[in-house]
Write a protein that binds this ligand. Sequence first.
Ligand SMILES: Nc1nc2c(ncn2[C@@H]2O[C@H](COP(=O)(O)OP(=O)(O)OP(=O)(O)O)[C@@H](O)[C@H]2O)c(=O)[nH]1
Ligand SMILES: [Mg+2]
Length: 444
Amino acid sequence: MNNDTIFALSSAPGKSGVAVIRISGNDLLKLFKRVINNPARAAGSKLPRQFRGRVIPRHAYFTNLTDDKGELIDQCIAIYFNAPYSFTGEDIIEIHSHGSPAVINKIFDFLRGFGARIAERGEFSRRAFYNNKMDLTDVDGLIALLDAQTDKQRQNALRSLTGHDSKIYNDWRNQMIEISAYSAAILDYDSDDLPKNIDKKILTQTKKLLDEIKSSVSGFRASRAIQNGFNIVLVGKTNVGKSSIFNKLIGSNRAIVSDIAGTTRDVVSTQLDIDGYLINLSDTAGIRKSRNKIEKIGIEKTYTEIENADLIIHVYNEVPKKIIDNEITVINKSDLLKNKTNKKVIYTSVKKDIGFDRLLKAIKQKMHDLFGNGESKITINERTYELLNETIIELENAIKKYNGNYDIFAEHVRRASDNIGKILGIITTNEIADMTFSRLCLGK
Ligand SMILES: Nc1nc2c(ncn2[C@@H]2O[C@H](COP(=O)(O)OP(=O)(O)OP(=O)(O)O)[C@@H](O)[C@H]2O)c(=O)[nH]1
Ligand SMILES: [Mg+2]
């Protein structure tokens, strides 16, 4: 791996109060001494003691940063993090300058003068990974945290960033290594030399592990819904008031409403935050037999939305014969109805603003059912999901083929442990690492 000196703007690009430029490399003490060789004086305070060659790590130095010609670039704060006590495990310098594009460019030029180069996407984290500062699940957590929009996403991301998930994975992996070592030992050693009933014990332990991993994976839908949003789709016949309800729920007139049946053609979607959960709400074309080419395409799209939905809000204008269990059944235009006694449905009226408290409550209840029961103790993404499923298959095969075949059993358990190793990045192919780091932004 390269360990030349890299730098990047770690704060958001553009104009800001303060910009943070981060530099990582092998030995940055000389560069740091150059950065702080012109101490600045904070308003109202004395000039700090002149720097006498000894740099204090993690200390904020206020400095007049100058270029080669001695011209002032900006007044900055500079901090030195000595290896290995830094994010990347290398020496790191942080320069906090004024957040102006002109200043930032000038500092970049200054750093290039020292032979440093701009970092690639995710390169800081990649270095942290190769210096054993983070494993891949920590990096997954970091990516999720930077993407987090809602409080729930923040909580889950932090949980994996702070090592909670790697602890569980490491525990699983250690157990598998132990199981496969014992099963190999059964072949090589006398039973007197091994713990009592070891054959039964390893089988029981493997089954227990399998159950635990399976139950974590079953929370994937919830995990994914937290990360990508919970998909709610409004469906029903034309003209029942789907677009009106959509607008009501989001509090703005995004979707076109008209008394012409077949108004909505394209799917109209927006995101909202309900109780800290990210919701993707979609309004769709009303379902009816249509000869209109465009409307037909719209209706096709409705079916696709239904397939990807976590929750369907089915809108009618009168109580249908069959109420579908896992949908929310809404009877809209209830201002036009006399009989409103069915307990299984929610009567709404956009016109009279009736029933939306109940609808919101029902949505929350459905979300609670999904998240409350299923939410996994680990955060699973597409990458880890695939590897966990492969782990499950290996463990199932191990148990299936157990029957005294300890070498085959050991081999399957070992393969299962390799998959967990891949999740952690202990066993890594460059592809996995590349895919993960390329999802990070510059400066991370
Ligand atoms: N009386 C009454 N009229 C309503 C209510 N909700 C909607 N409408 C009217 O019903 C008509 C159809 O509403 P939309 O929201 O466009 O219905 P839609 O289900 O989206 O229709 P399509 O997009 O064609 O499938 C409009 O004229 C609305 O003003 C309601 O609660 N009561
Ligand atoms: Mg509509």
